[in-house]
Every structure is written in C-alpha cells, then in structure tokens.
Design a protein around this ligand. Structure first.
Ligand code: PLP
Length: 393
C-alpha cells in the first residue's frame, strides 16, 4: 500500500497539539462588529482590525450595492488585460490625494502590495535593511527579491546605521519599517529612519497597514503623524483594516507607480477587485476626509481600555496604538488566557510563536470606534477575573 507522503504534516500537527498551540478557526456568524457572534456565542470582539467599524457602515454598504447593481460582481480579468474599471482608477486617484503623493496603485491585499513591491523593485544585487519585527509580507517580498537581507533589532537606529555604513556606497538599498507594528502596537521611528535613508541614499519604505485610518490628519497614517511627507519613497497601506473592505495599495512617485503597474507580479497576474470593493473603499475615503468623529472615538476608546488594563496591573508591552498586547509569557499560557476570556464572553486572540518570539506570547486586543464604554468595561472585568486566576496580575 502507498505510504501517505504527507504523513509528516500530521506529525507536525500532533506536535502543535501537544504544545497547546493547535487552534480551531473561530467562526463569525453575522457582522464583523464590536459585539459579534463567534462559534455560537455573543462576545465583545477585541480581535478584528475593523478600527473604525466601517465593515458595516451604512454608507459604504449602500455604495457597494450601487456598484454591484451597476457593474456586477466581478472584474473578470487582471488589471493589465481587461480588469481595470473606472472605479479602480478613481480609487487610485483618491488614494494618492489621501496620502499626499503623486500616484497610487491598488493590489488585491496589503500582503501582495508589500510582497509584490519589494520583490519587483529589488534584485539579487541589492540589500534590504529591515526591522526584525516587520510584517511577514515584507519578509516574503525580501525573500522573493533575492536581495541580501540585513535585519536590525527592533527600532534600533544605531544598528540600522551600522548596517548602512558597512554597505558599498553604490549599492542599492531599501530601508524598511512598519508604521505600526502589528503585534506590539508600537510605532516605527520614521523621522530617524528617514534621516538615515537620506544620509545613505537608501530607498525609504513604510508599511502603514495599521496606521491608515488611525494615525495622522484624517487617518493619513504615520507619515502624516510624524510630518515626514516627501521623505518616504514607498508608502504601503491596506484597505482591509480601518478602511473596512479588502485590498492594499502603494502610494509614491509616478515613476514608482508606473513601474509597479508593469512589474509587480500580483498586479500583473491576479484578478483585480470586484467593483463593489473599489466603490466601498472610495466611500471610506469620502468619510475619512469629511468626518473625524470615528477616529476621535477610536482614540478615546483606546485610552480608556489601555488605562484599564495597566491599572489592573497587566503588562501591555510598548504599545502606542489601538493594538494593545497583554503579555502572557509562553504560548500555552496565552492560549489559556484567550480561551478563558472567550468563556467569559470576550474574544481576544492568543498569539504565539512563530508570529511572536517563544517567550513573548500574548493576547492581542484591538478596540474599535464602535465599542461602547459598557462593552470595554465588561472586557476589563473579564480580564481582571481571568488574569488573577492565571496569576498574571
Ligand atoms: C503590518 C501589516 N502589513 C500588511 C498586512 C497585510 O494586509 P492585508 O490583510 O490587507 O493583506 C498586515 C495584516 O494582515 C499587517 O499587519
């Protein structure tokens, strides 16, 4: 009888199970909202990236419906053949205005925006200088580019400088950071990194997936927050988090965007967004540019919840954003914290190795603009009870 060539996968899964790291997918029934129904129970949802609650915003839904009725459910092609609709072009025009750049190009996701961009602008002769906590999509882009990858310790500007100084002046270099680090919620040191990039002739790239819609005027991101407009050559953002829909984009100079339209492989070889997605994103930009109420609400909720956690005595790491980790130590402990919170009616996802270091496992919380104070207090009360039971506070 033929031996199963995939047997090793079951062995791997057994090992994850033994470590308490085998996770079932939580199934959402109904809306992605501040209070939502997962696996049959109603919970306070602290696990989505739906910062502004736009996944269910009536205006965005109406614009999606309108586009569905007018243009159908799909685009039917990749952008470079027959899949560029007027809505895609309009979204890109609007994103460039939003990010204050010459141009922008939309990808199917933030992941493909990062991976497609890094892999197309660099070659094996080039070097990437990258923060150790940069997102997986940046790392994959670096690997695909075959450029040499030099990693500096998290936010260690001196280490980044030493790497840059050690490289030949004529070599092409990309200095890259997340704007907001997705697991710790802290900010990249943009002004310092921009100065380094300028001093060493490096291309400066920022992944603002968790900052767009959250930081800066009208949610323009960390480049706006730090006043570094014009100093970041490549700005990546996502349409899947605060914008509430799906997709990623790159904003920058016109030559950069024209180049990506000719060379970025996800743009060339994967079908473009359904028109309803593009229409939804345009509606989100309309909202962000005209009304900052939701962003203000996001930040007041963030402050309330962070203070609640630290007052209880939890270690919340170095967060500066609505992403607040609650440190738990080992992976199995983070998963236990997450499971016990779920039993108390609070969904806060446990995060363990390989997403974070083995001894830095955590429960990751994200508040949104649409949580009520009552919901956040309910979550804090649950954290208090479970944290004491587990000896975390
Ligand atoms: C920092 C960062 N960059 C990029 C991405 C990818 O974005 P998307 O979910 O749109 O693919 C994510 C999230 O998943 C992220 O956290």
């Amino acid at each position: 009888m033929r031996q199963d060539p995939l047997q090793f996968l079951s062995t791997e899964l057994d090992s994850l199970r033994a470590q308490g790291l085998l996770r079932p997918l939580r199934v959402l029934e109904g809306h992605q909202a501040a209070r939502a129904r997962f696996d049959g129970r109603s919970v306070v949802n602290l696990s989505s990236n739906n910062y502004l609650g736009l996944t269910t915003h009536p205006e965005l839904i109406a614009r999606a419906h309108q586009a569905l009725d007018e243009f159908g459910v799909g685009s039917g092609s990749v952008r470079t053949i027959a899949g560029t609709m007027a809505l895609h072009m309009e979204l890109e025009r609007r994103l460039a205005i939003f990010k204050r750049t010459e141009a922008a190009v939309v990808f199917q996701s933030g992941f493909t925006a990062n991976a497609g961009t890094v892999s197309s602008i660099l070659t094996k002769d080039d070097v990437v200088v990258s923060d150790e906590l940069n997102h997986a999509s940046i790392i994959d882009g670096c690997r695909l580019s075959r450029a040499a990858i030099k990693v500096f310790p998290h936010k260690d500007i001196d280490a980044a400088r030493r790497i840059l100084e050690s490289l030949p002046a004529g070599q092409r270099k990309l200095l890259i950071t997340d704007g907001v680090f997705s697991m710790d919620g802290d900010l990249g040191r943009l002004p310092d990194l921009c100065a380094l990039a300028e001093a060493h002739g490096a291309i400066m790239m920022v992944d603002d997936a968790h900052a767009s819609g959250v930081f800066g005027a009208n949610g323009r991101g960390t480049v706006d927050h730090f006043g570094t407009h014009g100093r970041v050559d490549v700005q990546v953002g996502t349409l899947s988090k605060a914008i509430g829909a799906l997709g990623g984009y790159v904003a920058g100079s016109k030559p950069l965007i024209d180049f990506l339209r000719h060379r970025a492989r996800p743009f060339l070889f994967s079908t473009s967004h359904p028109p309803s997605v593009a229409a939804t994103c345009i509606a989100a930009l309309d909202l962000l540019e005209s009304d900052t109420t939701l962003i203000a609400r996001l930040w007041s909720n963030t402050q309330f919840f962070k203070k609640g956690l630290t007052d209880l005595g939890f270690d919340t790491g170095m967060s500066e954003s609505p992403i607040t980790p609650v440190m738990a130590g080992e992976g199995s402990r983070a998963m236990e914290l997450s499971d016990r919170l779920m039993a108390e009616g609070v969904f806060a996802q446990g995060i363990a190795f390989p997403t974070v270091a083995r001894d830095r496992a955590r429960v990751r919380t994200i508040v949104t603009a649409t949580h009520t104070t009552g919901e956040l207090q309910f979550a804090l009360d649950a954290f208090n009870r479970v944290g004491r039971e587990l000896g975390l506070i």
